[in-house]
Ligand binder design. Sequence first.
Ligand SMILES: [Zn+2]
Length: 462
Amino acid sequence: MDFLHTQLRHVENRLSFVKTEPIDWKLYVQIFAWTVTFFESYLLIRQYPLYSKTAPPPALAEHFDPGVFEKSQKYGKDKAKFALFSGLYKQLVESILLQFGFNAWSWSAAGYLLAKVGYGPEYQIVQSIVFVFLMFLVSSLPTLPLQAYGTFVLEEKHGFNKTTPTLFVTDLLKGWGLAIVLGAPFLSIFLYVFQWAGDRFVPWLMGFMILFQLTMVVLYPTVIQPLFNKLSALPDGELRNRIEALAGKLKFPLKHLYEIDGSKRSSHSNAYFFGLPWSKHIVIFDTLIQQTKPEEVEAVLAHELGHWYYNHPLKQMIISQVHTFTVLALFPAFLHSPPLLRSFDFPKAVAAQPPTMVAFLLFQMILTPFESLVSIGMNAITRHYEFAADRFAVELQDMVKDEKMSDMGPRLGRALISLHVKNLSTVWVDWLYSAYHHSHPTLTERLKALDAFEVGRQKKAE
Ligand SMILES: [Zn+2]
């Protein structure tokens, strides 16, 4: 532990200028945020002309009837226009709030509200929680019309929306309620660890975050997901038999097999698994079941089990711990820095003794360039995992020695295509747009790779 703390102190000393130099952090955050927004707009402008193409790529031509292709192009065009407008609008709102000291205002407002009910500034953790919720609530109000437009105009126009206004409002309230029920205790413990561990907070906070994530792995599917969707046991029949047989062959510890009513809100579709290492649950969207044949759903599951086989979720969790650790290791330099708060318009009295929550929030804002790079890196890793899982599905036949699985690649290909067609996903994608935004490779890339995996497999067998 002492070694760790010595190293952490080195990092802090390296960054000691943060505590003394009056840097214009706000200007820096503004410039960077606008740079990102303009870059994202530029990507949309690169992608936009592709929606005017009148035919799909040759490899996909046979799978699209012209009507469906035209519909998917129109949907893409509408979504791109909407994304361009909402990106600029959101950034404008954020930028105005930032410029006029919204963060400092929220802190004072939280203090004012608490004083009304008899809590003074000595209740810093309570004030921090009110501060976070106030900021979250006020800053989300201007984007509500966008959300409503996206659901009731855009998705509606293209036949995806199944959300009623009542469901929209109850989902929103449930989301906020959940944020308070889960967020308030999380934040209190988070801030309490700082108070209690002082300068030695890094390992304790890491421990707490890991514990929290593990709890969520258990809580999310059992408590949270059922608040929004209905999970029911997948009925007996061909599909269940196929999946159980597949799980059995791979020694996948399948505990429960569910069908989820994803179609209640939207007809976009998927499948996933979750659970602890010795007891796993598979969830399949009813839309996937409706849109594809049982042997194709089986191929989708073979892909999912590829993720399990290669421990992709665990690897991703480890990467995210390394990321959390890096962030926490940099934080001490920003924790007691009056100039930092002053540059975001906090009054001298607050800046003199920066509240942990405020410092952490500002620190996060400063970190956005780093976080953008991390997210591009994470996308690259996820894409790599997607290809690995596809290859797993293709090579499964050799692994479990089952002739009947020899067409797993084509089956997966057909499933991907029909999901793509049903979701009206874009088939023409600009490479830079895709590399930045997509954690999954495009359909054309995946189909090409599936063919290549099959060729490679046959070569190996010879
Ligand atoms: Zn996948």
